[in-house]
Design a protein around this ligand. Structure first.
Ligand SMILES: Cc1ncc(C[n+]2csc(CCOP(=O)(O)OP(=O)(O)O)c2C)c(N)n1
Ligand SMILES: [Mg+2]
Length: 647
């Protein structure tokens, strides 16, 4: 028997003897004499309490000091050093033996740095990283188990891919077949596990040595954070993690220098400036301009110099919601524009087209036939073939490859140089018209929001207004929320770079709750108040994220917009039925989440979070929010279930 096993065996036998469970004395101790109460039950209870728990068993499996198998180094230690060299704060994981070497190194050698965030599903871990990166401006890591954990991680990786967000995904694997234990280690290993996610990652590798790991991790970080950004994947060989380091002196952690994003060609920028300055009705449309806090300031500077309207698709916190030039809710301007500048657009064709599929699929341009279209962005610099997230082809007149945020100052300067006094006053007049229209839009929104104000269940407008009323004086950040809940952008005062972090990217449901949590994790150290709204359907994909929030004490106010349905899909079904004139009385089948109704507050409490609701009467909403906000301020998650549909 190997020395380690012998020692453990002896330890355990001694332990059992000591606990009175073996040998003659033990029998005497735990067996009361017949018919007597002389021996109380205490010795038995004591014995039960002393049964070996996981810590005891773990202690027994430690090799005795001086054992030849005792390792003083492991590849995992070096891997942890490499990961820490990149300043990665968190690693979200669902634990697994295929990366046990790295896991142990992080917690012991790295003293839990990066900090491990325990997740109950890999989809939660990746979505957390997606939400985090869009607030913190840098990636965090996640780790998962071979082919099975990675398969769970895929949809969140797809959302991050479509959203152009950097996430570092590590997946354990056992490359050498002769090293795999029978059973699960074979079931969870693959020849090329990166193949599972290759079509929606920017880069992947399976390092075969520690130096290879170091270089590939730094390379992966660099590729992930170079616009257009995206998730990357590294397979971690188990032997590499677990075995001693053989050639420590030859190992080197590579130096990371961030790539400076490319600016658009200066001639093309000058041409764009000329077209914009000479236009009568220029308009800016944008989606993912702001990468850093400078992004919003740069866009504001260009819009103010041109005094032109901005239509923001809100993939990032691009433009202040109450800026007079914000025309996001006046999309008719697209049809009036003679020059359209489209910056970092995700779906340009979709934005410049009227499309309907309610009766039959049909479309027509939203633009004037002679409108000139300029694009600026990195969207087309990195594409893949299978997944069709690039959207439909759009004809354009001037196509500038360059990072939007980085190129804006040069474009603004080029515009400024062309603005003479005559143009300046014409621009100011244009700006005044936009400002008046913006104000009118705000006033109309306020009036619209009062429609059915006292209705029960609660309108989404009232829900948003009640929430804003209670958080507006906090240093708030609303994250991970579907943009189609547009009352916030119509009414709230978004003006700081972290007050919004866009949507899911890939419209894969299950994003809102875990991604909000990742953003809340990033906001925590800045002392910001994080809140999010998520659908009931979305909530049920990943309710376990709340346990992570409670366990790691991540403060977040999470409002469940509970319409007891997959309402978007309900509406699609209604449209199908309308095509055939078949009536809509069966549309609940397969589209609703009722009978029984889910009690989200109870689910939340079961996960260790504060829970309020279900709230159907609008009068009950304000006090529930007050209690929930107090719970968030005490440091944890709180859920408020707001019922918005009678169903
Ligand atoms: C992973 C995934 N499954 C299914 C869908 C189809 N889908 C789109 S919206 C939606 C409803 C989501 O429900 P909820 O979060 O409650 O939002 P609601 O539409 O009710 O506002 C569904 C199921 C999807 N986009 N992604
Ligand atoms: Mg719903």
């Amino acid at each position: 028997m190997p020395k380690r096993r012998q020692a453990a065996d002896a330890n355990r036998r001694n332990f059992l003897k000591g606990a009175g469970l073996v040998g003659a004395t033990a029998v005497a101790a735990v067996t009361p004499p017949v018919g007597a109460n002389a021996f109380p039950a205490a010795p038995q209870e004591k014995a039960k309490a002393a049964l070996p728990g996981p810590r005891q068993i773990a202690a027994e499996t430690m090799p005795p000091a001086g054992d030849p198998v005792n390792q003083t180094t492991s590849g995992g230690d070096f891997m942890a050093d490499v990961i820490n060299s990149l300043g990665i704060e968190y690693m979200a994981i669902n634990c697994a033996s295929s990366y046990r070497g790295l896991h142990e190194s992080i917690v012991n050698h790295g003293n839990n740095k990066p900090e491990i965030i325990t997740c109950v599903h890999e989809d939660i871990a990746v979505h957390m990283a997606q939400g985090y990166a869009k607030i913190e401006g840098k990636p965090m890591a996640m780790a998962c188990h071979g082919v099975v954990g990675l398969q769970h991680a895929t949809m969140a990786m797809y959302n991050a891919w479509c959203d152009r967000v950097p996430v570092l995904v590590f997946g354990g694997n056992i490359m050498e077949a002769d090293k795999r234990a029978p059973g699960a280690e074979w079931l969870h290993a693959g020849v090329d596990i990166g193949q599972i996610v290759r079509e929606f990652t920017k880069w992947d590798d399976q390092p075969a040595s520690l130096q290879h790991f170091a270089e590939s991790t730094v390379r992966a970080y660099k590729i992930a954070t170079t616009p257009p950004m995206g998730p990357v994947f590294l397979a971690l060989d188990a032997e590499l993690q677990e075995n001693p380091i053989r050639d420590a002196e030859s190992l080197r952690i590579p130096k990371f220098a961030p790539v400076i994003p490319p600016q658009g060609d200066s001639g093309a920028i000058a041409e764009a400036a000329k077209m914009l300055v000479e236009a009568q009705n220029p308009i800016i449309v944008c989606d993912r301009v702001a990468r850093t806090p400078a992004g919003m300031a740069n866009l504001v500077a260009l819009a103010e110099t041109l005094q032109c309207g901005v239509i923001d698709n809100a993939g990032r916190m691009n433009f202040p919601s109450r800026h007079p030039l914000n025309q996001s809710f006046r999309r008719t301007l697209i049809g009036q524009a003679d020059v359209i500048l489209a910056i970092e657009m995700n779906d340009l064709w979709g934005t410049l087209t009227h499309f309907s599929d309610r009766i039959v699929r049909k479309s027509r341009p939203a633009t004037k036939p002679d409108a000139k279209i300029i694009t600026l962005g990195v969207r087309d610099l990195f594409l893949k073939s299978n997944y069709q997230d690039f959207g439909r082809w759009q004809d354009v007149d001037l196509d500038i490859a360059g990072d939007g945020e980085a190129s804006l100052p040069a474009l603004t300067e080029a515009v400024r140089r062309l603005v003479d006094d005559g143009r300046k006053s014409a621009f100011e007049n244009r700006g005044k018209k936009h400002a008046a229209a913006h104000l009118a839009m705000m006033e109309r929104s306020k009036t619209d929001a009062t429609i059915a104000w006292d209705a029960s269940p609660i309108t989404t407008a009232r829900m948003c207004a009640e929430v804003y009323n209670q958080i507006k004086d906090e240093d708030w950040s609303v994250v991970g929320t579907a943009i189609r809940l547009n009352w916030m952008h119509r009414l709230w005062d978004f003006k700081k770079p972290y007050q919004w972090n866009g949507g899911s990217g890939g419209a894969g449901v299950g994003y809102n709750l875990p991604a909000s949590l990742g953003a809340a994790l990033a906001n925590k150290k800045h002392g910001r108040f994080t809140l999010a709204f998520g659908g009931d359907g979305d909530f049920m994909f990943n309710p376990g994220a709340l346990w992570t929030a409670a366990h790691h004490q991540i403060p977040i106010l999470y409002i469940v917009h509970n319409n007891r349905a997959y309402h978007q899909e309900y509406m699609y079904l209604v449209a199908m039925a309308a095509r055939h004139g078949r009536g809509v009385d069966k549309m609940d089948i397969g589209t609703t989440i009722k009978n029984p109704n889910i009690d989200y507050a109870t689910v939340a409490r079961g996960m260790g979070a504060h829970g309020e609701g279900p709230i159907t009467d609008p009068k009950d909403l304000a006090p529930a929010l007050t209690r929930a906000i107090a719970a968030v301020k005490a440091g944890g998650p709180a859920v408020v279930d707001v019922v918005t549909d009678p169903r």
